[in-house]
Design a protein around this ligand. Structure first.
Ligand code: PMV
Length: 309
């Protein structure tokens, strides 16, 4: 049965990096930024197409160095105990790659869901989560699992490493604006760099991590009471601490300040830092959002996104 499925991206609200040290982080789904996979029967060999990436691949299970999309499809087929289908699998995504917005997890989830639909299967959530984690582990070393959890459940959550995530009910009537800094910085380099600094001065960094954990708890309470102005201020404080951790950059600081000056309630980096994206929290008014997006554009931002809640 031809099948189409999608999965959302994710953004941290608070607590990236500190989550590696055991403190809680909060992350939200990006329902308007999605990856999509379509499986269509054809006569002929199984192909994977990704027009955005200019990719048209014939799936060869014996390829010694397969493309990540091939690995993902073959792993999903293995999971469902299915042979290579006579089908074209088309993958597309609105989620920028390598910007910490959960693109990899979303693509894995979309492929898993589309292939399940193609075979008329309804796998359990736990199976999907395990699958996303398996693929993320191949390409990201030791992922904390937060991406997979948000993408799979499409729910905001509090995440503590090694514990079951706790879902959060988000208020409505606000937006998250996202600016691409234009600089990609591999997560593992940022994580390893911080680990080296931590090992030099564990007491100082433990204090910073604890302070970030406290912010995550306060953001959670502020979200519960729909106190978005307070959430914004807490995000600004989180950004100041991320700067102290050494994972911010002058460009990130500039884009965060630009958003605040243009009326954002708060702004910070999201993800590993060193580049990546800056997020800005707003009250969801379209004119205000436009003003911030325009201010970013005037500072040379080439790609930005707006997600409404
Ligand atoms: O931006 P991402 O999704 O690559 O995540 C980085 C988040 C860190 O906290 C720095 C690392 C992690 O595994 O949680």
């Amino acid at each position: 049965m031809d099948s189409l499925a999608s999965a959302c991206g994710k953004s941290f609200l608070c607590g990236e990096h500190a989550v590696v040290y055991g403190v809680p982080a909060l992350a939200v789904p990006l329902p308007d930024l999605r990856a999509e996979a379509q499986v269509k029967s054809i006569i002929g060999p199984c192909r994977i197409m990704a027009p955005d990436l200019d990719l048209d691949l014939q799936v060869n299970p014996h390829d010694p160095d397969p493309h990540p999309l091939v690995t993902t499809v073959l792993s999903a087929l293995g999971h469902f105990e299915q042979p290579l289908p006579d089908a074209t699998i088309t993958v597309s995504s609105q989620i920028p790659i390598g910007r910490g917005l959960g693109s990899g997890s979303a693509i894995s989830a979309a492929i898993f869901r589309a292939l399940a639909g193609f075979y008329g299967l309804e796998p359990a959530k736990a199976e999907e989560l395990a699958f996303i984690h398996q693929i993320d582990t191949i390409y990201h070393g030791r992922p904390s699992g937060i991406d997979g959890a948000v993408v799979s459940h499409e729910r905001a959550l509090r995440f503590v490493r090694g514990e079951k995530p706790v879902f959060l009910d988000l208020p409505t009537g606000w937006s998250l604006l996202i600016a691409d800094s234009g600089i990609s910085s591999p997560t593992h380099l940022m994580v390893n760099g911080l680990r080296e600094r931590y090992d030099q001065a564990p007491h100082r960094y433990d204090l910073l991590m604890t302070a970030i954990g406290a912010l995550s708890r306060q953001v959670e309470i502020a979200l519960k009471t729909d106190a978005m102005r307070i959430v914004g201020r807490l995000l600004n404080r989180n950004q100041a601490l991320l700067n102290e951790l050494g994972v911010s950059t002058p460009r990130i600081e500039e884009l965060a300040q630009t958003a605040r000056d243009a009326g954002a309630l708060g702004a910070k980096l999201s993800g590993a830092g060193g580049g990546g994206v800056v997020i800005a929290l707003t009250q969801g008014q379209p004119e205000q959002n436009q003003e911030i997006l325009a201010a970013w554009q005037a500072k040379g931002v080439e790609r930005s996104w707006s997600v409404d809640y």
